[in-house]
Design a protein around this ligand. Sequence first.
Ligand SMILES: NC(=O)c1ccc[n+]([C@@H]2O[C@H](COP(=O)([O-])OP(=O)(O)OC[C@H]3O[C@@H](n4cnc5c(N)ncnc54)[C@H](O)[C@@H]3O)[C@@H](O)[C@H]2O)c1
Length: 251
Amino acid sequence: MNLDGKVVVITGGGSGIGAASCLLFAQHGANVIVADIDVKSAQKTVAQIIAQKGIAQAVKMDVTDYANVENALDSIVTAYGKIDIMVNNAGIMNSQRAPTAQHTFEDWDRVIAINQTGVFYCLRAVLKHMMDQGSGSIVNIASLAGLKASGHNLAYSASKFAVVGMTKSAAMEYAPYDIRVNAVCPSYTQTPMLDSVVEKQPGIDKKLLRYVPMSRFAEAEEIAEAVIWIASDQTKFITGQTITIDGGLSL
Ligand SMILES: NC(=O)c1ccc[n+]([C@@H]2O[C@H](COP(=O)([O-])OP(=O)(O)OC[C@H]3O[C@@H](n4cnc5c(N)ncnc54)[C@H](O)[C@@H]3O)[C@@H](O)[C@H]2O)c1
């Protein structure tokens, strides 16, 4: 796949699935903008890309702050002339697993702000540039938890169902302008997010694995492969779709 000259913005590019996606896009020749609230982690991803002779730049972006998102994307377009691909990946987990009646308001507000409102803000800000260009491809990172029930996880589940809904609605609205919007829905993936879940509940990884027919968690690189494929021109008649990557878990 040749992505030479493509300008790609990836939120949450400093860690996990976002970092793996940044590296893969760069290996295929893209000019990668690594956007993250944690600018040090974004710079680490950039250093890895540059060490592999790729092209990348770190940008500090908090997806919960619309003015910050808009200014960052405007500056990218001023510098590079366009944004071909945007991957809305930044996301967090609930800080504690609890049934709905015990779900904290703090967790609800934080998770919805980043996972749901953050994706809305990024869509809103990038679509105006893609409309000006007359083209674009957006990939939202949802989750298997956005397609089926998951217990003790209400804000996360609500936010990911919302990401799937926003993906389909925006895809329908912008298809006439040659702008595609798709979602990737991973199940448990080996990243710092999953590590933090296991840290809080030692042994939960073994329990979760029992439900995965392939008996392992996904690697971040396996999710990145799907992201790059669905973002690329190889799938230019596909829009509004979700790709589930779960080792058979949903079966
Ligand atoms: N790891 C899994 O098991 C799994 C499964 C399904 C879906 N996902 C989704 O994949 C995406 C990436 O998850 P991950 O596992 O790589 O997580 P991660 O914790 O490794 O990385 C998340 C990144 O998002 C950044 N971030 C957090 N808040 C931000 C904000 N306000 N603005 C900008 N950046 C912010 C963090 O700094 C971090 O670099 C998330 O949307 C997550 O919900 C993960």
